[in-house]
Design a protein around this ligand. Structure first.
Ligand code: TYM
Length: 343
């Protein structure tokens, strides 16, 4: 089957390492809900990735349930999409080992996220943090996923996944073994920036809670955070090009567009000539309105951990049924011993 005739299979993961924010919601979760309408979908909680940096063992399972609940609250339907913890499907970790032997050190040395996360003291970073993108490649390739919806910060990892898949297929003379996945990154929510600095991405690890809007924030907190967001003294322009060099203004216009479902040009058309004294309350309103049902549903789901566990268990079984045969075939391609397979 060629890549164009192959049915669309979508996969993505979210780490259970802190409360989800608007960037996660717009860059990933809203896309998940949309894609399940037309494609077979696998959405997992990336707990194996989370432990590349220290996690509290007494909290990890709870954080995993929270991410699953956030996926469901954002509209993912567990009857359509498999929702599961990464660690519950062994094939991810096992394929990652095989791919560690395909990926090159030079490729991993170029990964900007490792540089950011390891900081100045690289010697003390875990080996897992370094080979993190190889595990991510395994996550994707073990399902033969065709499309991967993510925010822009994952672009480099997706490129690496394609490089690893292509090298494996070439090295083992198995040209069709792994599918080279397409990233789905488009849209105004693909790169949501910090409310305190328009040049830094909105992130779970930013020490300032004022820099992000969490899915669990109340209406009042959302309004107050947007009111305090950093801006400039200019009014909004009527053309997109005029936002160049105005990172904070550009980010807030992008957020409005993502929240209201309009394009940035349409937002500017409506607010051209207005200052932030008018724009910020409008943005706060549209954001709080859009997130209210999501956080209400999230809180409802969090009160039913048994129901989430049932979804995760069932999702893991469905996922394993797809991943195991791909792993078995990969082991065959690599040439491992199998009972009864002859010489
Ligand atoms: P994570 O947990 O950091 O983020 C989850 C998703 O949210 C997106 N995202 C953003 N999108 C827009 N603006 C932002 N400021 C922003 N911050 C985060 C991320 O791009 C991501 O889509 N390595 C991944 C998890 C992962 C994965 C995978 C993803 C593991 N294996 C396989 C896809 C396929 C991560 O750390 O995402």
């Amino acid at each position: 089957m060629t890549e164009t005739t192959r049915p669309m299979r979508v996969l993505s993961g979210v780490q259970p390492s802190g409360a989800l924010h608007l960037g996660n919601y717009l860059g990933a979760l809203t896309k998940f809900a949309r894609l399940q309408e037309s494609a077979e979908c696998f959405f997992f909680v990336a707990d194996l990735h989370a432990i590349t940096v220290p996690q509290d063992p007494s909290k990890l399972a709870g954080q995993t349930r929270e991410i699953a609940a956030a996926m469901l609250a954002a509209g993912v339907d567990p009857l359509r999409a498999a929702v599961f913890p990464q660690s519950a499907v062994r094939a991810h970790a096992e394929l990652a080992w095989l791919l560690n032997c395909t990926a090159r050190l030079g490729w991993l040395d170029r990964m900007t996220q490792f540089k950011e996360k390891s900081g100045k003291d690289k010697e003390r970073a875990s080996v897992g943090l370094y080979s993190y993108p190889v595990l991510q490649a395994a996550d994707i390739l073990v399902y033969r996923a065709t499309h991967v919806p993510v925010g822009e910060d994952q672009k480099q990892h997706l490129e690496l996944t394609r490089d690893i898949a292509a090298k494996f297929n070439t090295d083992f003379k198995a040209p069709d073994h792994f599918i080279l996945p397409e990233p789905l990154i488009e849209g105004p929510g693909a790169r949501v920036m910090s409310l305190r600095d328009g040049r830094a991405k909105m992130s779970k690890s930013d020490p300032s809670d004022q820099s992000r809007i969490n899915l669990t924030d109340s209406r009042d907190v959302i309004i107050q955070k947007i009111k305090r967001a950093r801006t400039d003294p200019e009014v909004l322009p009527d053309r997109l090009e005029a936002l160049a060099g105005r990172a904070e203004a550009d980010n807030l216009v992008g957020l409005y567009a993502a929240m209201s479902g309009e394009t940035k040009a349409e937002v500017l058309h409506r607010f051209a000539g207005q200052g932030f004294g008018v724009f910020k309350p409008a943005l706060a309103e549209v954001t709080a309105d859009r997130l209210a049902p999501v956080s209400a549903q999230l809180n409802r789901l969090l009160a039913e951990p048994d129901e989430i566990d049932r979804v995760l268990q069932e999702g893991a079984e469905r996922a394993a049924a797809v991943a195991e045969p791909v792993l078995a075939e990969t082991k065959r391609v690599v040439g491992f011993w199998r009972a009864g397979a002859g010489t």
